[in-house]
Design a protein around this ligand. Structure first.
Ligand code: FRU
Length: 502
């Protein structure tokens, strides 16, 4: 295989500098970039006995730059091993970046990457760089990939004429039962970036594509451009995931960039999704650009970038990487809702179990051995009678100067998250609140803490809230408070370090 100068440069940089990233500065079980910057998950797939996860990558600095694809493999989605950078911007169709995309095993056994190649065109009146965006492929063996001579495989000549050619990206590929391929690609409807839609394509071989239809279009109620679409059938329902930019705050959705799930039917003949319900995928601040895959044992597993473009200034300068992935989550649909559970493999990392049953929480409570920053911690609240408390609070990553809090107000069914006291010095959003299902004061929270993040699964995955926190790691106390009286069960495990390595 011939490697371009750009790829050689990236791989050499990794080799010479990667070891500088002390593992103690990485989270235990969440993937971080080998070095430098990471954004969206890409090419999430099973190939040759391994899970492959690629990611938007700029190795040379902790900032977004001409996009490469970083690469890591794993047997269990927890023990990640870094591979050399897989793609660099080095051909005419992708000379300014290899944007997000996906991967699949071809019928002939090769691994196909389908991604967006970008070239800079101009700058608009707001000083935004406008890129021409087209879809390209590369094929490889799970480590080295060769770009296809016939790139691009999908370009603007194939799509509706009212398209915005600066927003045409993030192809997600899958294989049909008959061995043919389909993909969905995000597209901006007009030149003012006000609307997004998802286009649908088909191919016999993964290299020759034809436009089928507009699968779904934004009616203006869900942000502007839709990024990183995904489309699949789950438990008899069709699911679209996409990450809209610049959502307006409404009772249904929080403002900013986030991920929305649309459930509905699929009219295959017309190539149209018929939406029936929609919901926020994650109620926290740091969750974007999801991608899913089917595991060999048939689970639909989703991963996302654990970050928010709007709060990117909230990082810790002393950490030599920027960007983390979420823990992969198992998806299902129950009663027209997307249910998310941490992948079951995480239970293999559990150690040092501590259990408390029916502890009375009234005023402030600290429990022996309930502390730490890399934990799998479940708490369940049972009021003796409804109205026995109006506020429950849990604080974690606590020391004399810091804490992050979760507050539950049973009368309003309201859950609040606040990291303003986590050690931040930047004035960006640090809190969120939302409503949970009324269970008469009962509540179950499973918290997965991992040094710089917290993922909270509410009532067995009916809702999830993901937030990063850059509190010094020595702040590891946990503290409970109730303004009346509530009973609490606690189950805590420390998690073993799966040691991400090269
Ligand atoms: C989403 C995104 C994608 C794009 C990539 C570029 O976070 O904007 O739409 O492909 O990041 O890095």
């Amino acid at each position: 295989m011939n490697y371009s100068q750009s790829l050689i440069k990236a791989r050499k940089y990794e080799e010479e500098n990667g070891e500088r990233v002390d593992p103690i500065l990485r989270p235990l079980y969440h993937l971080t970039p080998y070095i430098g910057w990471m954004n969206d998950p890409n090419g999430f797939s099973w190939y040759n006995g391994y899970y492959h996860l690629f990611y938007q990558y700029y190795p040379f600095a902790k900032k977004w730059g001409p996009m490469h694809w970083g690469h890591a493999v794993s047997k269990d989605l927890l023990h990640w091993e870094f591979k050399p950078a897989a793609l660099a911007p080095d051909t005419v169709p992708d000379e300014d970046g290899c944007f997000s995309g996906s991967a699949i095993e071809l019928n002939d056994g090769r691994h196909l990457l389908l991604y967006t190649g970008v070239t800079e065109v101009s700058t608009d009146e707001y000083q935004r760089t406008l890129y021409s965006q087209i879809q390209c492929v590369a094929v490889g063996d799970g480590e080295n990939y060769e770009k296809y001579d016939g790139n691009p495989v999908i370009d603007q000549t194939m799509i509706p004429s009212d398209t915005n050619s600066y927003d045409f990206r993030d192809p997600k590929i899958w294989k049909e039962a008959d061995g043919t391929y389909r993909c969905v690609v995000a597209n901006g409807v007009d030149k003012d970036f006000t609307h997004g839609r998802v286009l649908y394509f088909s191919s016999e071989d993964g290299f020759h594509w034809k436009y089928v239809s507009t699968l779904l279009e934004n009616d203006g109620s869900m942000g502007k451009m839709w990024e990183c679409p995904d489309f699949f059938e789950l438990d008899g329902t069709y699911v679209m995931l996409m990450s809209p930019q610049d959502v307006l705050q409404t009772p249904r959705f929080n403002c900013g960039n986030q991920t929305i799930c649309i459930l509905g039917d699929f009219d295959e003949e017309a190539g149209k999704m018929i939406p029936k319900a929609d919901m926020t995928v994650d109620y926290g601040i740091d969750f974007y650009a999801t991608q899913t895959m089917l595991t060999p044992d048939g689970r639909r597993v989703m991963i996302a970038w654990m970050q928010n473009w709007d709060t990117i200034k909230y990082t810790e300068q002393s950490i030599p990487w920027l960007g983390m992935m979420t823990l992969p989550r198992e998806l299902s649909i129950v009663n027209e809702r997307l249910i998310q559970k941490p992948i079951r493999e995480i239970e293999e990392l559990r150690t040092h179990e501590v259990v408390y049953k029916h502890v009375v929480v009234g005023e402030t409570l600290v429990l022996d051995a309930i502390r730490g920053r890399s934990l799998d911690l479940t708490i369940e609240l049972y009021p003796e009678s409804f109205g026995s408390y109006t506020k429950f609070e849990m604080r974690f990553a606590v020391d004399e100067h810091h804490y992050t809090s979760i507050v539950y107000r049973p009368r309003e069914n309201r859950l609040e998250f606040d990291r303003s006291n986590s050690g931040t010095r930047v004035a960006v959003m640090h809190d969120r609140h939302f409503f949970v299902r009324n269970r008469n004061g009962q509540l179950k929270l499973r918290l997965l803490l991992d040094r710089y993040s917290s993922e909270v699964f509410i009532n067995d995955g009916e809702q999830v809230m993901t937030n990063v926190l850059y509190t010094p790691l020595s702040a590891d106390n946990i503290w409970f408070y109730c303004d009346g009286k509530v009973l609490m069960d606690v189950e805590k495990y420390e998690l073993m370090d799966p040691a991400q390595k090269r």
